[in-house]
Design a protein around this ligand. Structure first.
Ligand code: ADP
Ligand code: AMP
Length: 214
């Protein structure tokens, strides 16, 4: 089963994708994570996209489609793929469709996570991530444990993303509404869209996703 988690920055895509990885042995394909990894390892591509990402704009379609192609061609995920933060433009959506057809795979669910803009600001500005395993925390809703150890891996280093500022979020939201939100209509027209309330608590959102998948 291959699915897309669609929603604005801060909707909870990464949080839910990690749960699906644990519970259903799916593989999370987050283009944001791949691009951040390219930056950390100092590849030429990583350097090229750094300023664009920090500003909150989208990197070019060619780059992210190339990253996804590489992952899909590399191996077969038994539990299926979760596309997290991809596609983000109509061109990316078309490319994903072609790629899946080429590789004899299906797109089974597109789950739109609906969250209002005000909540996104709170979510983004309170986000922290375990530097070791990528577990996602939030200052208010999922605080880093008092002993300073990650609940998932026991790690002690936590990071905040350079683009998790109110200013960059404004650019990211604009990119979402201008370039990504048309995908809601695109997948609705393809009869693939299912929408859930992303404002609910994490467990309730996970339950709603589970119901869609089964
Ligand atoms: P995305 O991957 O869509 O950008 P994240 O999964 O990183 O979003 O979530 C953004 C922030 O919101 C994180 O700090 C996360 O802990 C928090 N969060 C995620 N889901 C919920 C939820 N249902 N309720 C409250 N906070 C949430
Ligand atoms: P994310 O981790 O999904 O919030 O993505 C962080 C940043 O990476 C975005 O603001 C973009 O600059 C870039 N990015 C991630 N995925 C894509 C994509 N599919 N298309 C274009 N840019 C992307």
């Amino acid at each position: 089963m291959n699915i897309i988690l669609l929603g604005p920055p801060g909707a909870g895509k990464g949080t839910q994708a990690r749960r699906l990885v644990d519970e259903r042995k799916m593989i999370q394909l987050s283009t944001g994570d791949m691009l951040r990894e390219a930056r950390t390892s100092g590849t030429e591509m990583g350097e090229k996209v750094a300023a664009v990402m920090d500003r909150g704009d989208l990197v070019t379609d060619d780059i992210v489609i190339g990253l996804i192609r590489e992952k899909l061609e590399a191996g077969d995920a038994e539990g299926g793929y979760i596309f997290d933060g991809f596609p983000r433009t109509l061109a990316q959506a078309d490319a994903l469709g072609q790629l899946l057809t080429e590789l004899n795979k299906t797109l089974d669910h597109v789950i739109e996570m609906q969250v209002d803009d005000e909540a996104l600001v709170t979510r983004i500005t309170g986000r922290a991530t375990c530097a070791n395993c990528g577990e996602v925390y939030h200052d208010a809703t999922k605080p880093i444990p008092a002993d300073g150890h990650c609940t998932n891996c026991n790690g002690t280093e936590f990071t905040r993303r350079a683009d998790d500022t109110e200013e960059a979020l404004r650019t990211r939201l604009l990119a979402y509404y201008k370039q990504t939100s048309p995908l809601i209509g695109y997948y609705y027209a393809k009869d693939a869209l299912e929408s859930i309330d992303g404002l609910k608590a994490m467990d309730e959102v996970a339950g709603a996703i589970s119901r869609v998948l089964s």
